[in-house]
Design a protein around this ligand. Sequence first.
Ligand code: S3P
Length: 442
Amino acid sequence: MSTHIIVNKKLDSFNKKINISGDKSLSIRWLLLASQAIGISKAYNLLESDDIKSTIKALKQIGVSIIKKNKIYQVEGLGINNFNIKSNCVINAGNSGTLARLILGVISGSSKKIKLIGDNSLSKRDFKRVILPLQKFGAKIKSKKNSLPIHFQGNEFCRPINYQENIGSAQVKSCIMLSALNTKGTTKIKAKKSRNHTEILFKKIGIPIKINSTKNYDIIQVKGKNNFSSFDYKIPGDISSASFFIVLTLLSKKSKLLLRNININQSRTGLIDCLMKMNCKIIMKNKRKYMGEELSDIYIESSKNLRAINCPVSINSRAIDEMLLLFIVASVSKGVSRFKNLGELNKKESKRLNWGFKILKMIGIKTKKLKNNGIEIFGKPDNKLHGKFEIRNYLKDHRIFMLSMVIALTLGGKWKIHDKESIKTSFPHFLKTIKKLGAKFS
Ligand code: S3P
């Protein structure tokens, strides 16, 4: 059943301070690592979304005890590779690519057979990227067309591998690092740069890891089979969820917003760097370090006279989940913006690059396809929308829903946006939070 939202009115000016729910990448990583620690770990502000619920369910299925007490999640770790995997175990990763790819690394040291499945969207995504390195470790994997369902059997005697990761996918890198944890000896990964939360966590909790960096790659060495102690974590706000509110404020009239306690790890802040170059008013306040991550409050003001951007490809992985928001800002900026090498966007929860072209066309913006999955966006600084618009995203992509809401609330027009339940994936409080700013919808 699909539920929809009607938006007929732009957002009036606002001046607010809000919190954003916990980081999805860190919530999943904390659960996976805490499950393998020795002792009880606690997390505060863990994201409570469907992707995290799927992670908790999967871990409980393989013998991990996880409880919630007074808003705090507690995980009783079993130590490395000490899961209790029953025969015919079926793990359902739901919509979560991160869970599906990382859990295979986590269980790669067990020779018990499991079947990994996911929802309609996840079942269309590519798993060759993790199948290849996991096979090198010694896992046996059967799948049709390198996608879900996958029949997986790890190996108690995994071999350490040398692997070059050329996609720039943190999910692939993390899958290999988690598999390295189960493997005696040193695994070496040369990985194209991508978000580095797993590396930071490994270091902080005492897993032997060495990192050398070049301009585009990180060379990571992980020494496996070393137990580590439980660890507590206060999960900071998710920059990817915050990004919808950043762009919403920039494009609203006479508005100000303070987002509290957001993780601004530089491997995640490509959107902010681009927006600043485009003349947007964004100020980082009260920057601080926590568990190796950089946190900050983010202050945003409505911005005018936006300038087009020629986006360097090094931004792509740093804004992988935010790129379409950047397209919308480009659409109201003066000049022609250019983005290149965006093929990975079509491998997400839905084909997001295609969605980018489609939505820009819908809102009257001229675009040009460039070779190698590039796009040119011809900005229209005074783009005001009239008439009716409808967004039906049949793969229920949470980020397409939230993006459409931002457009409807800032550019005008009468919008019917389907699949509101998709926000449960990453940001269940999205609509409540947007209401706090005064948004009207039914
Ligand atoms: C994630 C990595 C990114 C991102 C996803 C979360 C992670 O995917 O799109 O939402 O937590 O590692 P890729 O690493 O596959 O690009």
